[in-house]
Design a protein around this ligand. Structure first.
Ligand code: XBP
Ligand code: MG
Length: 243
């Protein structure tokens, strides 16, 4: 089967957004709400196993501040914290603090020139994605992404395959005609469960995880050619690799 579409995860894959973007914004939101919660680099790395900012706050509160979570109206307070985090994150993105990973723009251009379709598949909120793309890509390159499946589009986030299944449905292609770019094990599990060959681009937080089942693991986008992507997808089809 020929390669027809590339599916990109966002956080960690398009850009290193977590440590110096989302994490700092979470901490600022906690402080603004009068909470003495603080997520240092290592703690945030552990919390990243929970996908979704709202879900991450809830899981942390459940573990560390069960009394806070047990109070009436806790769900609304979690939502308010997440909203505040996203607004603070957007300020950082607009200030130009987060960049796309090196080599990505060149790969997107090469993919477009080769006639490949491009989509985004992420657990992050649509507003966060829009802010990031607006701040880092010019209008023609933003328009090259046909659509984005985001956190709000699914009932269950990665590692559940729902987001990738939705993307395949909207593309109208077979999983073997696509390649997903992911940086985390949860992302790999999600794409693989939808039958999609997955390339891992190692990121700061998931640099040392095991990625058995990925078609390949690379350190970055530099020097990735379309021919190489096609070869990986073909070899995945031949080996019938599963995670
Ligand atoms: C990773 C996530 C997200 C972000 C924060 O996203 O788990 O929750 O950490 O974003 P990706 P939100 O699938 O792009 O790797 O606060 O918007 O959830
Ligand atoms: Mg990611």
């Amino acid at each position: 089967m020929a390669l027809r579409a590339l599916l990109f995860d966002v956080n960690g894959t398009l850009a290193e957004t977590e440590r110096d973007g989302h994490r700092i914004a979470f901490n600022e939101a906690f402080a603004a709400a009068g909470l003495d919660w603080h997520w240092d680099e290592a703690l945030y790395g552990r919390l990243l196993k929970i996908t979704g900012g709202r879900e991450r706050i809830t899981a942390y509160a459940h573990e560390q501040h069960p009394d806070w979570l047990a109070q009436p109206g806790a769900e609304g307070r979690v939502l308010a914290l997440h909203k505040s985090k996203n607004a603070l994150y957007a300020e950082r993105v607009r200030a130009g603090e987060l960049r796309l990973r090196p080599g990505l723009v060149e790969l997107l251009d090469a993919a477009r020139a080769a006639g490949l379709r491009l989509v985004v598949v992420t657990t992050t909120s649509r507003a966060n994605l829009d802010e990031l793309l607006e701040a880092t890509l010019d209008a023609p390159r933003r328009a090259a992404f046909e659509f984005a499946i985001v956190g709000e589009d699914v009932a269950v986030k990665k590692p559940d395959p729902e987001c990738y299944q939705l993307a395949l449905q909207r593309l109208g292609v077979q999983p073997g005609e696509t390649l997903a770019f992911e940086d985390s094990r949860n992302g790999l599990l999600s794409a693989a469960a939808a039958g999609i060959p997955t390339l891992i681009v190692r990121s700061f937080y998931f640099g040392h995880e095991s990625f058995a089942g990925a078609v390949a693991v690379v350190d970055g986008f530099e020097n990735l050619g379309i021919g190489q992507l096609r070869d990986w997808v073909e070899s995945a089809a031949l080996s019938g690799a599963t995670v």
